[in-house]
Design a protein. Structure first.
Length: 71
């Protein structure tokens, strides 16, 4: 890639994987909060904030895996 060397992209990829896992864990912890549980009981779905953390974590994880495995 023209953005940087392979080593730099692998480091960025690993950082994104760690960030993705952290965001997913943070979203999971938010889903256990009182406000989120009340919303989930009333609507049957997670709050937007929790879903944002889950989606951002998944995207970051996938991009990080791609960057770290790319040659």
């Amino acid at each position: 890639m023209a953005m940087g060397s392979g080593t730099t992209m692998k480091i960025i990829g690993i950082a994104l994987v760690v960030l993705g896992i952290g965001l997913a864990i943070w979203g999971y912890q938010l889903s256990g909060s009182l406000g989120s549980q009340i919303t989930q009981a009333v609507t049957g779905s997670d709050t937007d904030k929790v879903m944002t953390f889950y989606i951002a974590g998944a995207v970051s994880f996938v991009v990080g895996v791609y960057l770290s495995l790319e040659k």
